[in-house]
Design a protein around this ligand. Structure first.
Ligand code: KIV
Length: 281
């Protein structure tokens, strides 16, 4: 999907799939897949860097990963996350962060929350950078929320989320991520908005779903409970590593080349080449 496909989205439309990517190799797989768009989420602080929350992500770190992803993803929308506090230090620092992400290859930015930075969201959009909103459980607010809990469970907080969703649409966001809210509330917001609503841990009534790639591949050790694992990645990768280890220790890999092996000539030339001169790939 391109940004114009989001602008032209008419409900009920085809469901939208979005996946995170943080590095070139997995982004290239996302690029080749049928998945609609790619998010360079600030969850990379946790998944790629082992941090306990997304608070550790900075604009420079986001730009580094965004650039790696953008080198791989050419024909799908790449969205970059505005990290912790970048929307709270005023116009200059916010636009510097937007600039870093855009120059790194993000075609849109995702912004958590709304209260206190609505004007800034409008300014980014008026600067021709499309903004994806993100409300519900906003992980950058973990210290206020006190845990990764479902949001909008009581009437007052549900109404606040409905109002925020409507304001984000009015301010010109092209899509909205709704994280960890009850399915009924997510369905209500999805029905009220014209822009596509992409859910995560928010049930089945949204216009699309987003998951962290390492979660859906079963690679990250502590994925949220709502995640469906489409691959038993940790088991498969560990198995492959153990197979490699076993073959090295038992002198099975690299295999001894026999005279008539089809690769033996090339292998011999690699073996004979001075270090660094051989082309191995
Ligand atoms: O950073 C992230 O991974 C996100 C989620 C919505 C997937 O923002």
């Amino acid at each position: 999907m391109k940004i114009t496909d989001f602008y032209n989205y008419r409900k009920p439309g085809p469901k939208i799939s979005m996946v995170t990517a943080y590095d070139y190799t997995l982004a290239a797989l996302a690029a080749e897949s049928a998945v609609d768009c790619v998010l360079v989420g600030d969850s990379l602080a946790m998944v790629m860097h082992g941090e306990p929350s997304t608070i550790a992500a900075t604009a420079d770190l986001m730009a580094l990963h965004t650039a790696a992803v953008a080198r791989a993803v050419k024909d799908k929308l790449v969205v970059g996350d505005m990290p912790f506090l970048t929307m709270r230090k005023g116009l200059g620092p916010a636009m510097e962060a937007v600039e870093k992400l855009s120059r790194a290859g993000a075609q849109a930015v995702k912004v958590e929350g709304l209260d206190g930075h609505g004007e800034l969201i409008s300014h980014i959009i008026q600067s021709d950078i499309p903004v994806m909103g993100h409300i519900g459980l906003t992980p950058q607010s973990i210290n206020r929320l006190g845990g990764y809990k479902t949001q909008g469970r009581d009437q007052a907080s549900a109404e606040r989320l409905v109002a925020q969703a409507q304001e984000l649409q009015e301010r010109g966001c092209f899509a909205l991520v709704l994280e960890c809210v009850p399915a009924g509330l997510a369905g209500r917001i999805t029905g009220l908005l014209k822009i596509p609503v992409i859910g995560i841990g928010a049930g089945q009534y949204t216009d699309g779903q987003v998951l962290v790639m390492q979660d859906l591949l079963g690679l990250y050790p502590s994925a949220p409970s709502f995640v469906k694992k489409y691959l038993d990645g940790r088991r498969l990768v560990t198995e492959a590593l153990n197979n490699f280890d076993g073959e090295v220790k038992n002198s099975i890999f690299p295999a001894v080349k026999r005279k008539n092996d089809e690769n033996s000539e090339r292998d011999q030339s690699l073996a004979d080449a001075p270090y660094g001169a051989a082309v191995c790939r």
